[in-house]
Design a protein around this ligand. Structure first.
Ligand code: SF4
Length: 496
Protein backbone atom coordinates (compact mmCIF):
# COMPACT_ATOMS: atom_id res chain seq x y z
CA UNK A 1 0.00 0.00 0.00
CA UNK A 2 2.22 2.79 -1.16
CA UNK A 3 0.10 4.76 -3.59
CA UNK A 4 -1.92 7.49 -1.97
CA UNK A 5 -5.26 8.81 -3.11
CA UNK A 6 -5.79 12.45 -4.12
CA UNK A 7 -5.04 15.01 -1.41
CA UNK A 8 -7.84 17.29 -2.64
CA UNK A 9 -10.97 17.52 -0.58
CA UNK A 10 -13.51 15.06 -1.98
CA UNK A 11 -16.43 16.17 -4.12
CA UNK A 12 -19.99 15.67 -2.81
CA UNK A 13 -20.29 12.68 -5.15
CA UNK A 14 -17.20 11.19 -3.61
CA UNK A 15 -18.79 11.42 -0.19
CA UNK A 16 -21.68 9.21 -1.25
CA UNK A 17 -21.66 5.86 0.51
CA UNK A 18 -19.26 3.49 -1.19
CA UNK A 19 -20.66 0.60 -3.13
CA UNK A 20 -19.47 -2.55 -1.44
CA UNK A 21 -18.66 -3.99 -4.84
CA UNK A 22 -15.97 -1.34 -5.36
CA UNK A 23 -14.12 -2.53 -2.32
CA UNK A 24 -13.73 1.15 -1.47
CA UNK A 25 -13.74 2.17 2.17
CA UNK A 26 -14.46 5.64 3.46
CA UNK A 27 -12.14 6.86 6.20
CA UNK A 28 -14.04 8.81 8.81
CA UNK A 29 -11.03 9.62 11.00
CA UNK A 30 -10.99 13.26 9.90
CA UNK A 31 -13.26 15.65 7.98
CA UNK A 32 -11.51 14.91 4.66
CA UNK A 33 -13.41 11.59 4.49
CA UNK A 34 -11.10 9.92 1.98
CA UNK A 35 -12.55 7.14 -0.13
CA UNK A 36 -9.77 4.62 -0.33
CA UNK A 37 -9.50 1.91 -2.97
CA UNK A 38 -8.16 -1.52 -2.10
CA UNK A 39 -4.41 -1.48 -1.61
CA UNK A 40 -4.23 2.31 -1.42
CA UNK A 41 -3.77 4.81 1.42
CA UNK A 42 -5.72 7.93 2.28
CA UNK A 43 -4.48 11.46 1.76
CA UNK A 44 -2.48 11.52 4.99
CA UNK A 45 -0.93 8.02 4.66
CA UNK A 46 -2.19 7.21 8.12
CA UNK A 47 -5.03 4.98 6.99
CA UNK A 48 -5.25 2.44 4.23
CA UNK A 49 -7.59 -0.04 2.67
CA UNK A 50 -6.34 -3.46 3.67
CA UNK A 51 -8.47 -6.24 2.21
CA UNK A 52 -11.53 -4.03 2.28
CA UNK A 53 -10.95 -2.90 5.87
CA UNK A 54 -10.06 0.60 7.00
CA UNK A 55 -6.72 0.13 8.74
CA UNK A 56 -4.53 2.46 10.77
CA UNK A 57 -1.17 1.81 9.17
CA UNK A 58 1.32 2.64 11.90
CA UNK A 59 1.46 0.43 14.98
CA UNK A 60 -0.04 1.35 18.31
CA UNK A 61 2.95 2.27 20.48
CA UNK A 62 3.18 0.86 24.01
CA UNK A 63 5.95 2.10 26.30
CA UNK A 64 7.53 -0.48 28.58
CA UNK A 65 9.67 -0.36 31.66
CA UNK A 66 10.91 -2.87 34.20
CA UNK A 67 8.87 -3.82 37.23
CA UNK A 68 11.80 -2.95 39.49
CA UNK A 69 10.77 0.71 39.34
CA UNK A 70 14.41 1.65 39.10
CA UNK A 71 14.28 3.15 35.66
CA UNK A 72 15.95 0.22 33.92
CA UNK A 73 14.50 -0.48 30.53
CA UNK A 74 13.02 -3.72 29.34
CA UNK A 75 15.20 -5.39 26.72
CA UNK A 76 13.41 -6.44 23.56
CA UNK A 77 16.33 -8.19 21.89
CA UNK A 78 16.03 -5.74 19.01
CA UNK A 79 12.94 -7.41 17.60
CA UNK A 80 9.51 -6.03 17.10
CA UNK A 81 7.47 -7.28 19.94
CA UNK A 82 4.00 -8.78 19.59
CA UNK A 83 2.52 -7.66 22.85
CA UNK A 84 3.26 -10.84 24.80
CA UNK A 85 4.91 -8.88 27.60
CA UNK A 86 2.08 -6.50 28.42
CA UNK A 87 2.01 -6.16 32.19
CA UNK A 88 -0.02 -4.01 34.55
CA UNK A 89 2.08 -1.18 35.90
CA UNK A 90 4.88 -1.77 33.40
CA UNK A 91 3.16 -1.07 30.08
CA UNK A 92 1.73 2.29 29.09
CA UNK A 93 -0.48 2.52 26.02
CA UNK A 94 0.19 5.76 24.15
CA UNK A 95 -1.92 7.58 21.61
CA UNK A 96 0.73 7.04 18.93
CA UNK A 97 -0.85 4.99 16.18
CA UNK A 98 -4.12 4.73 18.12
CA UNK A 99 -6.17 6.44 15.45
CA UNK A 100 -8.87 9.02 15.81
CA UNK A 101 -12.58 8.62 16.24
CA UNK A 102 -14.17 11.42 14.28
CA UNK A 103 -16.71 12.87 14.79
CA UNK A 104 -15.98 12.75 18.46
CA UNK A 105 -19.27 11.38 19.72
CA UNK A 106 -17.65 7.94 19.45
CA UNK A 107 -15.56 6.68 22.34
CA UNK A 108 -11.79 7.05 21.93
CA UNK A 109 -10.05 4.24 20.01
CA UNK A 110 -8.51 2.64 23.10
CA UNK A 111 -9.77 2.87 26.67
CA UNK A 112 -7.49 0.54 28.58
CA UNK A 113 -7.52 -0.52 32.21
CA UNK A 114 -4.65 -1.80 34.29
CA UNK A 115 -4.24 -2.45 37.98
CA UNK A 116 -1.66 -0.29 39.73
CA UNK A 117 -1.00 -1.19 43.36
CA UNK A 118 -4.52 -2.53 43.64
CA UNK A 119 -6.14 0.53 42.05
CA UNK A 120 -7.76 0.19 38.65
CA UNK A 121 -6.45 2.91 36.38
CA UNK A 122 -7.93 3.87 33.04
CA UNK A 123 -5.90 5.29 30.19
CA UNK A 124 -7.91 6.79 27.35
CA UNK A 125 -5.79 7.23 24.24
CA UNK A 126 -6.43 8.95 20.97
CA UNK A 127 -4.71 10.89 18.23
CA UNK A 128 -5.96 14.45 18.41
CA UNK A 129 -6.38 16.44 15.20
CA UNK A 130 -5.43 20.02 15.88
CA UNK A 131 -6.02 23.10 13.73
CA UNK A 132 -5.55 25.14 16.85
CA UNK A 133 -1.96 24.30 17.51
CA UNK A 134 1.38 26.01 17.29
CA UNK A 135 5.01 25.80 18.28
CA UNK A 136 6.94 27.97 20.67
CA UNK A 137 10.59 28.04 19.65
CA UNK A 138 13.21 29.05 22.19
CA UNK A 139 16.51 29.77 20.50
CA UNK A 140 19.42 30.20 22.87
CA UNK A 141 21.31 33.16 21.44
CA UNK A 142 21.82 36.85 21.97
CA UNK A 143 22.25 37.42 18.30
CA UNK A 144 19.63 39.53 16.69
CA UNK A 145 17.14 37.42 14.78
CA UNK A 146 14.76 40.21 13.82
CA UNK A 147 12.40 42.80 15.26
CA UNK A 148 9.59 41.75 17.54
CA UNK A 149 6.45 40.90 15.52
CA UNK A 150 8.49 40.40 12.31
CA UNK A 151 7.27 37.65 9.98
CA UNK A 152 9.01 34.26 10.14
CA UNK A 153 8.99 32.64 6.70
CA UNK A 154 9.70 29.28 5.13
CA UNK A 155 9.94 29.16 1.33
CA UNK A 156 8.58 32.71 1.30
CA UNK A 157 5.38 31.90 3.20
CA UNK A 158 4.75 33.37 6.63
CA UNK A 159 4.53 30.58 9.19
CA UNK A 160 4.87 32.66 12.36
CA UNK A 161 6.45 35.71 13.95
CA UNK A 162 9.14 36.90 16.33
CA UNK A 163 7.79 37.23 19.83
CA UNK A 164 9.10 38.53 23.14
CA UNK A 165 12.74 37.70 23.82
CA UNK A 166 13.52 35.81 27.00
CA UNK A 167 16.60 35.73 29.19
CA UNK A 168 19.44 34.63 26.91
CA UNK A 169 17.07 33.38 24.23
CA UNK A 170 15.14 34.66 21.24
CA UNK A 171 11.60 33.37 20.89
CA UNK A 172 9.57 32.57 17.79
CA UNK A 173 5.92 31.67 17.60
CA UNK A 174 5.19 29.35 14.69
CA UNK A 175 2.04 27.84 13.25
CA UNK A 176 -1.35 28.49 14.76
CA UNK A 177 -4.77 28.44 13.24
CA UNK A 178 -4.35 31.65 11.23
CA UNK A 179 -1.36 30.35 9.27
CA UNK A 180 -2.71 26.80 9.00
CA UNK A 181 -6.19 27.63 7.80
CA UNK A 182 -6.67 31.41 7.68
CA UNK A 183 -4.38 32.26 4.75
CA UNK A 184 -3.77 30.81 1.31
CA UNK A 185 -3.68 27.06 0.73
CA UNK A 186 0.08 27.29 0.08
CA UNK A 187 0.63 29.10 3.37
CA UNK A 188 -1.29 26.41 5.22
CA UNK A 189 0.56 23.55 3.54
CA UNK A 190 4.02 25.03 4.14
CA UNK A 191 3.16 25.92 7.73
CA UNK A 192 1.98 22.35 8.33
CA UNK A 193 5.10 20.87 6.70
CA UNK A 194 7.42 23.10 8.74
CA UNK A 195 5.63 22.30 12.00
CA UNK A 196 5.68 18.61 11.26
CA UNK A 197 9.41 18.70 10.54
CA UNK A 198 10.13 20.65 13.73
CA UNK A 199 8.02 18.21 15.77
CA UNK A 200 9.98 15.34 14.18
CA UNK A 201 13.20 17.00 15.40
CA UNK A 202 14.31 17.78 11.86
CA UNK A 203 16.07 21.02 10.84
CA UNK A 204 13.99 23.79 9.28
CA UNK A 205 15.49 26.88 7.68
CA UNK A 206 13.50 30.04 8.23
CA UNK A 207 14.05 33.68 7.32
CA UNK A 208 12.93 36.62 9.39
CA UNK A 209 11.83 39.87 7.74
CA UNK A 210 14.44 42.51 8.49
CA UNK A 211 16.57 39.97 10.33
CA UNK A 212 18.50 36.74 10.06
CA UNK A 213 18.22 33.35 8.42
CA UNK A 214 18.13 30.69 11.09
CA UNK A 215 18.11 26.91 11.01
CA UNK A 216 16.14 25.53 13.93
CA UNK A 217 16.23 21.92 15.08
CA UNK A 218 14.91 20.68 18.41
CA UNK A 219 17.73 19.79 20.78
CA UNK A 220 20.44 21.17 18.47
CA UNK A 221 22.36 24.44 18.31
CA UNK A 222 20.78 27.13 16.14
CA UNK A 223 22.60 28.14 12.97
CA UNK A 224 22.25 31.87 12.43
CA UNK A 225 23.27 33.35 9.08
CA UNK A 226 25.43 30.27 8.51
CA UNK A 227 27.20 30.35 11.91
CA UNK A 228 26.50 27.68 14.51
CA UNK A 229 25.76 29.27 17.89
CA UNK A 230 27.95 27.71 20.55
CA UNK A 231 27.05 29.34 23.81
CA UNK A 232 24.11 30.81 25.63
CA UNK A 233 25.15 33.96 27.50
CA UNK A 234 26.08 33.57 31.15
CA UNK A 235 23.72 36.43 32.01
CA UNK A 236 23.11 40.02 31.00
CA UNK A 237 26.00 42.49 31.29
CA UNK A 238 24.97 43.49 34.78
CA UNK A 239 24.66 39.87 35.93
CA UNK A 240 28.07 39.06 34.45
CA UNK A 241 29.57 41.93 36.43
CA UNK A 242 27.92 40.59 39.58
CA UNK A 243 29.17 37.04 39.04
CA UNK A 244 32.80 37.86 38.22
CA UNK A 245 33.49 41.18 40.02
CA UNK A 246 35.50 39.58 42.81
CA UNK A 247 37.67 37.69 40.32
CA UNK A 248 38.50 40.84 38.34
CA UNK A 249 39.18 42.95 41.42
CA UNK A 250 42.82 43.97 41.67
CA UNK A 251 43.58 42.87 38.09
CA UNK A 252 41.58 45.51 36.18
CA UNK A 253 40.61 49.13 36.91
CA UNK A 254 37.49 48.92 34.81
CA UNK A 255 35.49 46.14 33.16
CA UNK A 256 32.77 46.84 30.62
CA UNK A 257 30.54 43.88 29.71
CA UNK A 258 28.92 44.59 26.36
CA UNK A 259 25.35 43.34 26.08
CA UNK A 260 22.34 44.15 23.92
CA UNK A 261 20.12 44.26 26.98
CA UNK A 262 22.16 45.75 29.85
CA UNK A 263 25.78 46.73 29.42
CA UNK A 264 27.57 46.58 32.76
CA UNK A 265 30.32 48.95 33.97
CA UNK A 266 32.14 47.48 36.97
CA UNK A 267 33.43 50.56 38.84
CA UNK A 268 29.97 52.22 38.76
CA UNK A 269 28.06 49.01 39.46
CA UNK A 270 26.90 48.01 42.91
CA UNK A 271 29.38 45.14 42.77
CA UNK A 272 32.28 47.57 42.15
CA UNK A 273 31.15 49.86 44.94
CA UNK A 274 30.98 46.90 47.28
CA UNK A 275 34.65 46.30 46.41
CA UNK A 276 35.50 50.00 47.03
CA UNK A 277 36.60 50.48 43.43
CA UNK A 278 37.42 54.00 42.29
CA UNK A 279 35.17 55.39 39.51
CA UNK A 280 37.19 55.04 36.32
CA UNK A 281 35.51 57.90 34.46
CA UNK A 282 34.79 55.87 31.32
CA UNK A 283 31.28 56.75 30.19
CA UNK A 284 29.57 54.40 27.76
CA UNK A 285 26.88 55.36 25.28
CA UNK A 286 23.21 54.59 25.81
CA UNK A 287 20.66 55.27 28.48
CA UNK A 288 21.74 54.89 32.08
CA UNK A 289 19.31 52.71 33.99
CA UNK A 290 20.82 52.42 37.44
CA UNK A 291 24.49 52.83 38.47
CA UNK A 292 26.72 50.72 36.22
CA UNK A 293 23.81 49.45 34.07
CA UNK A 294 23.20 50.93 30.60
CA UNK A 295 20.47 50.23 28.05
CA UNK A 296 20.78 50.71 24.27
CA UNK A 297 24.56 51.15 24.01
CA UNK A 298 24.28 50.00 20.38
CA UNK A 299 21.81 48.52 17.94
CA UNK A 300 21.00 44.81 18.06
CA UNK A 301 23.07 42.64 15.78
CA UNK A 302 25.33 39.65 15.51
CA UNK A 303 28.43 41.30 17.01
CA UNK A 304 29.57 41.67 20.62
CA UNK A 305 26.91 40.57 23.15
CA UNK A 306 24.06 40.53 20.61
CA UNK A 307 24.78 44.11 19.49
CA UNK A 308 26.07 45.32 16.13
CA UNK A 309 29.35 46.30 17.79
CA UNK A 310 32.50 45.04 16.12
CA UNK A 311 34.87 47.61 17.68
CA UNK A 312 34.19 47.67 21.44
CA UNK A 313 35.74 51.15 21.85
CA UNK A 314 32.91 52.52 19.67
CA UNK A 315 30.53 52.36 22.66
CA UNK A 316 32.74 54.64 24.79
CA UNK A 317 31.23 58.12 24.72
CA UNK A 318 33.92 59.94 26.67
CA UNK A 319 36.67 59.48 29.22
CA UNK A 320 36.60 61.93 32.08
CA UNK A 321 40.13 63.25 32.80
CA UNK A 322 39.12 64.06 36.37
CA UNK A 323 38.59 60.40 37.15
CA UNK A 324 40.66 58.51 34.57
CA UNK A 325 44.44 58.31 34.70
CA UNK A 326 47.25 57.09 32.43
CA UNK A 327 48.07 53.42 32.83
CA UNK A 328 44.51 52.49 33.78
CA UNK A 329 43.65 48.92 32.77
CA UNK A 330 40.38 48.28 30.93
CA UNK A 331 38.77 44.96 30.01
CA UNK A 332 35.96 44.88 27.49
CA UNK A 333 34.19 41.55 27.18
CA UNK A 334 30.93 40.08 25.88
CA UNK A 335 28.43 38.08 27.92
CA UNK A 336 29.64 34.79 26.45
CA UNK A 337 33.36 35.59 26.68
CA UNK A 338 33.45 35.00 22.92
CA UNK A 339 34.68 38.57 22.42
CA UNK A 340 37.22 40.16 24.72
CA UNK A 341 39.85 42.89 24.47
CA UNK A 342 42.36 44.40 26.91
CA UNK A 343 43.37 48.05 26.85
CA UNK A 344 45.72 50.32 28.81
CA UNK A 345 45.13 54.10 28.79
CA UNK A 346 48.10 56.09 27.44
CA UNK A 347 49.29 59.52 28.59
CA UNK A 348 46.45 61.17 26.66
CA UNK A 349 43.95 58.76 28.23
CA UNK A 350 43.44 56.98 24.91
CA UNK A 351 42.81 53.23 25.33
CA UNK A 352 45.58 51.25 23.61
CA UNK A 353 45.21 47.55 22.89
CA UNK A 354 47.63 45.43 24.92
CA UNK A 355 48.28 41.79 25.66
CA UNK A 356 45.71 40.43 28.09
CA UNK A 357 47.24 39.36 31.44
CA UNK A 358 46.88 35.69 32.35
CA UNK A 359 44.80 36.49 35.46
CA UNK A 360 42.24 38.29 33.29
CA UNK A 361 42.25 35.67 30.55
CA UNK A 362 41.38 32.99 33.11
CA UNK A 363 38.22 34.88 34.08
CA UNK A 364 37.26 35.54 30.46
CA UNK A 365 37.58 31.83 29.81
CA UNK A 366 35.52 31.16 32.90
CA UNK A 367 32.67 33.24 31.43
CA UNK A 368 32.70 30.86 28.47
CA UNK A 369 32.92 27.84 30.76
CA UNK A 370 29.82 29.03 32.62
CA UNK A 371 27.77 29.44 29.47
CA UNK A 372 25.45 26.57 28.75
CA UNK A 373 25.40 25.10 25.25
CA UNK A 374 23.07 27.01 22.94
CA UNK A 375 20.10 24.86 21.92
CA UNK A 376 16.79 25.16 20.14
CA UNK A 377 13.74 24.08 22.12
CA UNK A 378 10.50 23.23 20.34
CA UNK A 379 7.33 23.13 22.41
CA UNK A 380 4.15 21.91 20.77
CA UNK A 381 1.03 23.67 22.05
CA UNK A 382 -2.54 22.64 21.33
CA UNK A 383 -6.05 22.77 22.72
CA UNK A 384 -7.57 19.46 23.80
CA UNK A 385 -10.54 21.08 25.49
CA UNK A 386 -12.96 20.80 22.58
CA UNK A 387 -14.93 17.97 21.04
CA UNK A 388 -12.05 15.54 21.53
CA UNK A 389 -13.21 15.27 25.13
CA UNK A 390 -16.38 13.51 24.01
CA UNK A 391 -14.24 10.51 23.15
CA UNK A 392 -13.33 10.34 26.83
CA UNK A 393 -16.64 11.14 28.54
CA UNK A 394 -20.23 11.93 27.72
CA UNK A 395 -19.95 14.96 29.99
CA UNK A 396 -16.85 16.77 28.65
CA UNK A 397 -16.63 19.58 31.19
CA UNK A 398 -16.03 16.97 33.87
CA UNK A 399 -12.87 15.89 32.08
CA UNK A 400 -11.69 19.49 32.05
CA UNK A 401 -12.44 19.81 35.77
CA UNK A 402 -10.73 16.49 36.51
CA UNK A 403 -7.60 17.63 34.66
CA UNK A 404 -7.69 20.93 36.52
CA UNK A 405 -8.00 19.08 39.84
CA UNK A 406 -5.05 16.85 38.81
CA UNK A 407 -7.18 13.72 39.13
CA UNK A 408 -6.74 13.01 35.43
CA UNK A 409 -3.16 13.11 34.17
CA UNK A 410 -2.58 14.29 30.61
CA UNK A 411 0.41 13.02 28.64
CA UNK A 412 1.40 13.16 25.00
CA UNK A 413 3.11 10.05 23.75
CA UNK A 414 3.78 9.31 27.43
CA UNK A 415 5.63 12.62 27.86
CA UNK A 416 4.55 15.03 30.60
CA UNK A 417 2.67 18.12 29.46
CA UNK A 418 2.08 21.52 31.00
CA UNK A 419 -1.62 22.41 31.09
CA UNK A 420 -2.30 26.12 31.03
CA UNK A 421 -4.47 27.63 33.76
CA UNK A 422 -7.86 29.01 32.80
CA UNK A 423 -10.41 27.43 30.53
CA UNK A 424 -9.95 24.47 28.23
CA UNK A 425 -7.17 21.89 28.20
CA UNK A 426 -4.49 23.91 26.48
CA UNK A 427 -1.23 22.05 26.87
CA UNK A 428 2.42 22.30 25.90
CA UNK A 429 4.92 19.50 25.46
CA UNK A 430 8.64 19.43 24.68
CA UNK A 431 8.90 17.43 21.45
CA UNK A 432 12.31 16.04 22.45
CA UNK A 433 10.67 14.11 25.29
CA UNK A 434 8.27 12.34 22.94
CA UNK A 435 8.92 9.07 21.11
CA UNK A 436 9.98 9.10 17.48
CA UNK A 437 7.22 9.43 14.88
CA UNK A 438 4.73 10.82 17.38
CA UNK A 439 3.20 13.37 15.00
CA UNK A 440 1.22 13.17 11.80
CA UNK A 441 -1.00 15.45 9.79
CA UNK A 442 -4.22 15.59 7.85
CA UNK A 443 -4.56 17.75 4.75
CA UNK A 444 -7.21 20.14 6.10
CA UNK A 445 -4.35 21.05 7.14
CA UNK A 446 -3.93 20.18 10.79
CA UNK A 447 -1.44 18.32 12.94
CA UNK A 448 -2.11 14.99 14.58
CA UNK A 449 -0.64 14.43 18.03
CA UNK A 450 -0.99 11.63 20.57
CA UNK A 451 -2.89 12.22 23.79
CA UNK A 452 -3.46 10.06 26.82
CA UNK A 453 -5.74 10.74 29.77
CA UNK A 454 -4.98 8.57 32.79
CA UNK A 455 -7.48 8.48 35.64
CA UNK A 456 -8.57 6.08 38.43
CA UNK A 457 -11.54 3.95 37.36
CA UNK A 458 -13.83 5.37 40.07
CA UNK A 459 -13.10 8.92 38.94
CA UNK A 460 -13.57 7.88 35.33
CA UNK A 461 -16.96 6.46 36.10
CA UNK A 462 -17.90 9.59 38.05
CA UNK A 463 -17.03 11.87 35.15
CA UNK A 464 -19.35 9.95 32.84
CA UNK A 465 -16.56 8.04 31.10
CA UNK A 466 -17.28 5.40 28.49
CA UNK A 467 -16.81 2.56 30.96
CA UNK A 468 -18.62 0.07 28.72
CA UNK A 469 -15.75 0.46 26.24
CA UNK A 470 -12.98 -0.24 28.74
CA UNK A 471 -10.78 -3.18 27.81
CA UNK A 472 -8.15 -4.84 29.93
CA UNK A 473 -4.55 -4.19 29.00
CA UNK A 474 -3.87 -7.88 28.40
CA UNK A 475 -6.51 -7.99 25.64
CA UNK A 476 -3.95 -6.17 23.49
CA UNK A 477 -1.64 -9.17 23.73
CA UNK A 478 -0.96 -10.80 20.44
CA UNK A 479 -2.24 -7.87 18.41
CA UNK A 480 0.10 -7.50 15.45
CA UNK A 481 -0.53 -3.77 15.43
CA UNK A 482 1.12 -3.25 18.82
CA UNK A 483 4.74 -2.11 18.95
CA UNK A 484 6.63 -1.83 22.22
CA UNK A 485 9.27 0.79 22.74
CA UNK A 486 11.50 1.59 25.65
CA UNK A 487 10.09 4.07 28.07
CA UNK A 488 12.31 7.20 27.90
CA UNK A 489 13.80 7.31 31.38
CA UNK A 490 13.90 11.13 31.32
CA UNK A 491 10.12 11.17 31.69
CA UNK A 492 8.21 10.43 34.90
CA UNK A 493 6.33 7.16 34.67
CA UNK A 494 2.72 8.16 33.85
CA UNK A 495 1.02 5.34 35.78
CA UNK A 496 1.51 6.59 39.30
S1 SF4 B 1 -6.81 12.42 5.46
FE1 SF4 B 1 -6.20 10.58 6.58
S2 SF4 B 1 -7.44 10.58 8.45
FE2 SF4 B 1 -8.38 12.06 7.00
S3 SF4 B 1 -9.94 10.85 5.98
FE3 SF4 B 1 -8.10 10.76 4.70
S4 SF4 B 1 -7.04 8.88 5.39
FE4 SF4 B 1 -8.57 9.38 6.93
Amino acid sequence: MSTRESTDLPSPEALAPAKPADGIVTCDACPVLCRIRPGKTGACDRYGNSDGKLTRLEPLVVLERTLEQDGKLVPFLGERWNGAMLRDGASFVTGIGAGTTYPDYKPAPFIVSSSIDGVDMITVVTEGIFSYCGLKLKIDTDRYLGPEQAAVRVKGEQIGHVTTAEYGSQMLSVGGVHHLTGGSKKEGVITCEAMLALCAKQPVEMTIDGGATVIVQAGQAPIIDGAREERMRVGCGSATIGIFAQQWHGHADEVIVVDDHITGVLSEHQAGRFLDMRPAGIRVRGRKSTPGRYFQVADPGTGWGGTDVTDPLSIIERIDPKAARPGMRLLMVSTTGEHAAWFVLDELLVPRAAEMPAAIRVVVERIGENCEPALCSVLFMAGAGGSLRAGVTENPVRLTRSVRAEITRVTSGGAPVYVWPGGGITYMVDVTTMPERSFGYVPTPALVAPLEFTVPLDAYRAMGGHVEHVRRLDTLRGEARVEARDWPAVNPWPLR
